[in-house]
Design a protein around this ligand. Structure first.
Ligand SMILES: [Zn+2]
Length: 261
């Protein structure tokens, strides 16, 4: 048979508010042995005990209490009496307490969810930034490792670059291997203006050859890999000019660094 009516009776019985024929019927049902109702009664007892232990005591705001009592008071009375019975008052108070507890829980959860959402977004942004910085550091480390490897070769040479014209305080070094190419490291070079980049040149007996574009970081430092010169021609001078971002085939902008002749 459908157990649903007994669920309601069990909840009412648990708070001591069941009387009359309903109570007789329910107690008969319970005496027959019902695991569901026994569980309901046990759970209700535990909930009520927890509510009684709760500190500070959960007292419904007067408005909630009044509203609940008003509803109970105007509900059709089964036995003619409109006067609320003490047990009904007790049920009303418990219902109100549970409603307030549920409302408070939802309110706190909503507030913390907003906070947690914001924290999650901040954490994701931080994670992305750390990943970018880590990638940049790995790249830099790889450049330094390769440069150190290159320096072990007796054929490698270190060429000093000096600041010129607009940036006299700039310094630079090229680690160069005739067959393998090399690296240029610069310092104290101002950041290139928007739309501009630094371009490296290798100069031998022929016209200057473009050897790549690079930027410097906020501290004025930069590192750039230099490919070997086609045909293995000897490089006599390394120079850096400020050019348009896309680069040029012949130096056009001001020369900011150059090796001694
Ligand atoms: Zn039952």
């Amino acid at each position: 048979m459908n157990h649903e009516p007994y669920d309601t009776l069990a909840a009412t019985y648990a708070v001591g508010a069941l009387d009359g024929q309903d109570r007789v019927e329910f107690e008969r049902h319970l005496a027959g042995g019902c695991d569901i109702c026994e569980a309901t009664l046990r759970e209700s007892a535990e909930t009520l005990a927890a509510l009684a232990r709760a500190r500070p005591p959960m007292i419904p705001p007067p408005a909630v209490r009044e509203e609940l009592l008003r509803r109970i008071g105007t509900a059709p009375a089964r036995r003619g009496a409109l006067r609320p019975r003490p047990l009904v008052w007790a049920v009303g108070t418990i219902v109100a307490t549970l409603a307030v507890a549920a409302f408070t829980g939802a309110y706190v959860a909503a507030r913390y969810e907003a906070r947690l959402g914001q924290m999650a977004r901040e954490t994701a942004a931080l994670h992305a930034r750390v990943q970018r910085e880590e990638a940049a550091l790995r790249e830099q480390l790889a450049v330094y490792r390769s440069a150190a490897d290159l320096l072990r070769d007796p054929q490698a040479q270190v060429v000093t670059l000096r600041g010129l014209g607009p940036s006299p305080e700039a310094t630079g070094r090229v680690i160069w291997h005739p067959a393998n190419g090399g690296y240029v490291f610069v310092a104290n070079l101002p950041s290139a203006p928007p739309g501009k980049a630094y371009e490296l040149w290798t100069i031998g007996d022929a016209a200057p050859q473009p050897a790549g574009l690079f930027q410097v970081d906020a501290s004025g430092r930069g590192a750039h890999r230099i490919a070997p010169v086609a045909g293995g021609q000897q490089v006599k001078i390394f120079a850096v000019t400020l050019e348009v971002e896309a680069g040029v085939q012949k130096p056009e902008g001001p020369m900011v660094l150059a090796s001694a002749k």
